[in-house]
Design a protein around this ligand. Structure first.
Ligand code: DGY
Length: 329
């Protein structure tokens, strides 16, 4: 039986599917496996890792030669050096699509909460300071007719756009190029132009060398005063000092964050900011999405390691190409 290392406890049906197909080594602790990955990978044919497991070039090169494939239980893959994985001949599989609805719903949750300051209103109630009904307290922004700017129109961005239409919002977006499935939405050729036209701005782009730090002070200043800012993608796209400044001065009128630069450590200044809803990276945290992600991650390893076939959603298809072995005559 092929051996599979799983670096975190997974939902029961996913674990069962993995145990049915593989001899499973399960990292039992509720914290990332860290440096223990290498000793635990000994004798394993495949790895099923989390977005919290950093697979840089050094780690990939030190993996035991028995490891032939890796599934990441995430759509994001900024934690894995894909070039190094390709050089090591290790295909990396991820889990797109199945989490798009869950993450899009989280984006709407944050947009609504940030626009209405639901976090502060609930905290007021819980602390016993509700007071009499008031025409002037707890006033927020209505979404109807507002422009929603989506930075990164992929599967999740489209899901957010479709839901925002039901709230009467006008959707605009920026990508490197026009998205064929987003023809109904206004395209901005530059991020600057999108930000200057966004009453609600939502970061949905993946973390890449090109996007990291893209949301800086200069660009935040382009947002219309009082705009709502939401990030459900990755924290490292945003200069957090600049974001905190923009919230503190009131330039940003409502904020909803699911992701941060140094997760799970959060800049403590965020906790003191007004009109801010903070979630602990729960974008894909529904039973449906997490089971779907697990199914995809396990299936990919089964298809590749047990059936010898090529699964969908390979992030570095060059690693699947037959390798030319130089033979001496
Ligand atoms: C993803 O799948 O990339 C989510 O952010 C969970 O890590």
């Amino acid at each position: 039986m092929k051996r599979l290392l799983i670096t975190r406890t997974l939902p029961e049906p996913v674990l069962q599917a993995a145990c049915d197909a593989f001899e499973v080594a399960l990292w039992p602790h509720d914290e990332p496996i860290g440096a223990q990955l290498l000793p635990w990978a000994k004798g394993c044919d495949g790895l099923l890792v989390m977005a919290t497991d950093r697979l840089d070039a050094g780690t990939l090169q030190q993996l035991p030669p028995s490891v032939r494939a890796i599934s990441t239980y995430s759509v994001g893959h900024d934690h894995i050096d894909l070039n190094a994985a390709t050089q090591c001949g290790i295909p990396i599989f991820n889990t797109p699509d199945v989490l798009s609805d869950a993450v899009a719903e989280t984006a709407l949750l944050l947009i609504l909460s940030a626009a209405r300051d639901a976090s502060a209103a609930e905290a007021t109630l819980r602390s016993g300071h509700w007071g009499p009904w008031s025409p002037t307290r707890f006033l927020g922004q209505q979404l109807t007719g507002k422009r929603l700017g989506i930075y990164g129109m992929g599967r999740i961005g489209l899901g957010i756009a479709q839901r925002a239409l039901a709230f009467g919002m006008l959707v605009e977006y920026h990508n490197r190029s026009v998205h064929p499935a987003a023809s109904g939405f206004a395209y901005h050729a530059t991020l600057e132009s999108l930000m200057a036209h966004s009453d609600v701005f939502c970061v949905c782009a993946p973390s890449t060398p090109q996007t990291r730090g893209a949301i800086n002070a200069e660009r935040l200043a382009l947002l219309p005063r009082g705009a709502v800012f939401v990030n459900i993608a990755r924290g490292d796209l945003v200069d957090e000092d600049a974001l905190i400044d923009a919230i503190t001065t009131g330039h940003i009128g409502g904020t909803g964050l699911d992701v941060y630069r140094n997760e799970p450590t959060i800049d403590p200044r965020f906790l003191q900011l007004p009109r801010t809803t903070l979630l602990p990276h729960i974008g894909s945290a529904t039973h449906e999405a997490r089971n779907g992600m697990g199914r995809l991650a396990v299936d990919a390893l089964k298809i590749f390691l047990l059936d010898g076939a090529h699964p969908p959603h390979c992030l570095n298809p060059d690693a699947l190409a037959p390798r030319v072995v130089e033979s001496t005559p």
